[in-house]
Design a protein around this ligand. Sequence first.
Ligand SMILES: Nc1ncnc2c1ncn2[C@@H]1O[C@H](COP(=O)(O)OP(=O)(O)OP(=O)(O)O)[C@@H](O)[C@H]1O
Ligand SMILES: [Mg+2]
Length: 282
Amino acid sequence: MQSDPIIEIREVSFRYQNQKQPVIQGISASFYPGTVSLICGPTGSGKTTLIRLMNGLIPHFYEGNMTGDVTIDGINTKSTSTAKLAQIVGMVFQNPDNQLVCSTCEREIAFGPENLGLPRSEIKERLESAIKVLGIESIRDSSPNELSGGQKQKVAIAAALALKPKILVFDEPSSNLDIESTARLVDTIEMINTKLHATIIIVEHRLEPFLRIATHLVCIADGKILLHGETANVINDDVFYDIGVQVPVLLKIFHQLARENIYNGPIPIETKPGMELLKKML
Ligand SMILES: Nc1ncnc2c1ncn2[C@@H]1O[C@H](COP(=O)(O)OP(=O)(O)OP(=O)(O)O)[C@@H](O)[C@H]1O
Ligand SMILES: [Mg+2]
């Protein structure tokens, strides 16, 4: 039996106060516990706005007109404060500089639990656990300013984890990272998902590094969901190739070969097996 959705979006539309048109237009979607969902779509399609609906910044912070309901872990966001929701939905933004405010990494990670007024022993436990999960023992006393982009991001993730969220949301986490740091980030997200059983939402333009861990893909255009399903199904759907997202080259090749009836199997998700398959075909 399938469990209840941990995020449920029901017929939601949202228009920012200073805009004429709604940027989210009648979206319904369910996300289940333990899944990793990759949200993609052209610039300005409403991805970040959709995330703001998940963490309650809409309707509590951004003014505008919202219809429909968003339920997070059984709680309607309309009737819950963002502070309460922040304990369920952790956020990691594209630029960790905007997120890191404390003098040391350790202080940064303890900041959230301290604000919750938790007992000292609990704060210490959460701090140590987050540091261990991210493997950042060596930089715990460093100032966030001294760190590389990848390290800063790990501290931002550790700070989010210290609130023990059931859901972790990443908005374009790779935009300031090189290829190697992005690969390490993907491994970290995978580990958080498998070990801590967190539900993961990732908004990304660069799909390729993340497809490996994505159980589900959501494609948005003009504030509407055009595709939402298991990754293997979505990448085999013609619509995926016409939305205007950065489809990995290998996927495009297989899609084209399938269109021309040269290949009739499923389109491979991962680069390495895909490359091997292609070599065999040549
Ligand atoms: N605070 C705001 N006030 C008014 N309009 C906004 C606000 N934030 C976003 N918008 C508008 O809403 C639309 C959707 O923006 P959103 O940031 O959700 O898109 P996005 O898919 O995340 O884009 P990107 O890929 O560039 O990050 C855009 O037209 C944008 O200009
Ligand atoms: Mg955005």
